[in-house]
Design a protein around this ligand. Structure first.
Ligand code: IPE
Ligand code: IPE
Ligand code: MG
Length: 246
């Protein structure tokens, strides 16, 4: 039986998030420049978006560029920005055809105007699609996201629009960039690094973590399916005992 058929459609994670890491090392192993890795990383993105749609995942969040990544060499940052533009342009038709709704989270104002313009265009064109919601984390920092939420909540409290007594964890969730999305159930990180790198810190409180040594450009549809099968074998206890769940 192929891997895809082993997935239990009744136990699918609604939201999968991915830290797409290892492009640079993949290129280096092949004796190529880092940007060659990024270009091939885009191909892996295409596959994974397709695979997520095929099995009926509702939300897929991809960590494409962190706030910290702005500190990379200028040439690499510029190459990545051009790649975002070309990927968004080349994929527009496919996303529409596949009923994908595109969203973006992060400090998007830091992106070059051209990237932001292209991104907003396709977000607008796909806004009524009802299939997979694809969320790109771009210029994203979880700490900045939480800090922004705190600031907005404090401002509302100062204006009397919100009573501090009524602030709950839901209030915080709603004020994050991800306010309209459910928390991810599964987080995948490629490339053999065991860290979160400032990604979705609040949202992953109870997320299942899955680490693989595969470098991002090599990450295939079957690798996604395997991660989901692994997820489906886990017992999510949310603090309770195993017996309580029976
Ligand atoms: C992930 O691959 C892509 C981005 C962070 C933009 P890296 O570029 O981090 O590749 P490695 O980790 O150096 O191999
Ligand atoms: C995390 O990868 C960010 C993205 C995948 C976009 P990094 O390569 O930037 O993370 P660190 O520096 O290894 O933690
Ligand atoms: Mg990396």
């Amino acid at each position: 039986m192929d891997i895809k058929n082993q997935i239990d459609k009744n136990k699918l994670p609604v939201h999968v998030a991915v830290i797409m890491d290892g492009n640079g090392r993949w290129a280096k192993k092949k004796g190529n420049k880092r940007v060659f890795g990024h270009r091939n990383g885009v191909k892996a993105v295409k596959n994974i978006v397709e695979a997520a749609g095929e099995i009926g995942i509702k939300y897929l969040t991809l960590y494409a560029f962190s706030t910290e990544n702005w500190n990379r060499p200028k040439t690499e940052v510029e190459a990545l920005m051009s790649l975002f533009i070309s990927a968004v342009k080349n994929e527009t038709e496919n996303l529409i055809k596949n009923n994908v709704r595109l969203k973006a989270i992060g400090n998007l104002n830091l992106l070059p105007e051209k990237v932001l313009k292209n991104l907003n265009e396709i977000i607008d064109k796909t806004k009524n699609n009802t299939g997979l919601t694809l969320i790109l984390a771009l210029s994203y920092s979880a700490r900045a996201e939480i800090t922004n939420a705190v600031k907005t909540i404090a401002q509302k409290a100062a204006k009397g629009e919100l009573n501090p007594e009524n602030i709950t964890d839901k209030t915080v969730s709603k004020h994050l960039y991800t306010g309209e999305f459910p928390d991810p159930e599964l987080l995948i990180r490629t490339s053999g690094e065991y860290r979160i790198s400032n990604f979705l810190l609040w949202q992953i409180s109870y997320t299942e973590l899955y680490f693989t040594n595969i470098l991002w450009p090599d990450f295939s549809k079957n690798d996604l399916f395997e991660a989901i099968i692994d997820f489906q074998k886990r017992e999510r206890r949310f603090g309770k005992t195993s017996e309580q769940l029976k």
